[in-house]
Every structure is written in C-alpha cells, then in structure tokens.
Design a protein around this ligand. Structure first.
Ligand SMILES: Nc1nc2c(ncn2[C@@H]2O[C@H](COP(=O)(O)OP(=O)(O)O)[C@@H](O)[C@H]2O)c(=O)[nH]1
Ligand SMILES: [Mg+2]
Length: 226
C-alpha cells in the first residue's frame, strides 16, 4: 500500500523531464524514436541495418541502454555516428533523466534523428516516457505469437511493430498472421513491418516508415513556424 504514492511520484517526475525533452526535440526538429523489445529480438541488429543505409554525414545519433556492458555501443559505433551507451547498473528500463544526462554534452542543433535502444524488456520500458515521438516495439518470430496479448501495454503504446527474424519462419512454429491479429486486438491501427536483419528483407519498408516520420515531423515544424 505504501509503494503506490512513491511510484506515482517517480513517474510524475519522469513525465516532467520527458515533457521538457519533447519540447527541446520539437524546438530543434529532432525526431526521437524509442526502440523496445525483449533481450535478443534484434534491436541492435535493426539499428545496424539502419545505420548502414545512411550517408556518413547524416545528422543521426544513438543512445543504447543495457544493464551492463558497452557491447551494443561498440557494435553501433562502427558506422561513424555519435553513440553513447547508458549502463543502468540493474535498472530494467531507461528513464527520462538518463536521456537528459546522456544528451547534456551533445548539441541538438546537430541532430535530426535520435534513435534510442531501450533495455531489453517488454514490461518496464512501457511505463517510462523518454520524450520520444514514437515507441517502436520489436518482436522476433522465435518469441511466440501470443506476446502482444501477454504484454499489451507496450504493444498498445507503440506506433509500429517490427516483426523480426522472418528468415527463421521455416524453422519455428510461429503463426505470423495470428501475431499480427493479436497485435491489432491490443492496438487497432498498429502499423506492422516484417523484417529480417539477416537477409535484409523488409528493411526498405522500415526505412520508408522512418522517412515518413521524418517528413511528418518536418511538415509539423513548418506549420507551427508559419
Ligand atoms: N536469424 C536472424 N537472426 C537475427 C536477426 N536479427 C537479429 N538476429 C540475431 O539475434 C541475436 C540478438 O540480436 P541483437 O540485435 O543483439 O538483439 P537485441 O538484444 O534486441 O539488441 C544476434 O545473434 C543477432 O545476430 C534476424 O532477422 N534473423
Ligand atoms: Mg541490443
């Protein structure tokens, strides 16, 4: 009983910081996306496939969260864009204060796209707004088509579902139509892209979604400036 008010206070504080971040992102025309999945679904792989498609001079930056190790930051740094690892030391999600701290010595003027890889977890990250324009949930075909029903919050709050590892479909009993139907039972107009980071199937479709988001953000900024 005693825990409820404290939890509410922490979340309220997070929302306050996230609102400040969202305002800064809007001011500097930064599109910020928050990638969430279970450990191993392919968040870092999707980011690798994404970065390899960008020109080196692209105004892209990345934050990647893990409980321990700098492994993901090292994987992503190979592409030449600014990357920072946030190691939470045990916390199972990123929060807005961690993002604010990680961004303190970066100039938002130099960034158009900020990609955040959250800590691998389908539960806790759904409660923490990071000031992002959208959450993107990644589910791999090795995880079971029932996951949207078991973890509805993150599927409800995410704008896009990436169904990854479709190259494994011949080898795993995964009903992809049922997975998509389950996601849409939780989130009626969920957008869904099927990908393989191994064969690169569907990556162009993900990049097209990303570009539409960037265009959408630019037009919204132009309207509010006029
Ligand atoms: N077969 C296959 N393996 C993948 C795919 N995407 C990622 N993987 C593998 O899955 C493992 C976990 O991927 P990673 O990107 O580290 O997942 P993360 O923990 O969500 O960041 C790695 O061994 C990847 O090579 C995919 O589309 N197909
Ligand atoms: Mg990762």
């Amino acid at each position: 009983m005693e825990r409820v008010p404290l939890e509410r206070k922490v979340l309220n504080e997070n929302d306050r910081i996230a609102a400040g971040l969202r305002e800064q992102f809007a001011q500097h025309d930064v599109l910020c996306l928050n990638l969430i999945s279970s450990p191993g679904s392919g968040k870092t792989s999707l980011l690798e496939r994404t970065l390899e498609s960008f020109d080196r001079g692209g105004r892209v930056a990345l934050l990647t969260g893990d409980i321990r190790t700098e492994n993901d930051a090292k994987r992503l740094a190979r592409f030449g864009f600014p990357v920072k690892q946030i190691t939470t030391g045990g916390t199972c999600h990123l929060d807005a204060r961690m993002i604010e701290k990680a961004l303190a010595d970066w100039r938002l003027e130099d960034i158009d796209l900020l990609l955040i890889e959250n800590v691998g977890n389908l539960v806790c990250p759904s409660s923490y707004d990071l000031g992002e324009a959208a959450k993107v949930v990644v589910l791999s075909v090795a995880e079971g088509e029932d996951k949207p029903l078991k973890y509805p919050s993150i599927f409800f709050k995410s704008e896009l579902l990436i169904l990854n590892k479709i190259d494994l479909l011949p080898y795993v009993p995964f009903d992809i139509a049922a997975a998509e139907e389950n996601a849409r039972r939780v989130h009626n107009d969920m957008q869904i892209v099927r990908t393989s980071c191994q064969t690169r199937d569907g990556i162009a479709e993900w990049l097209a979604w990303l570009n539409r988001k960037r265009e959408g953000q630019r037009s919204a900024a132009a309207v509010s400036a006029s």
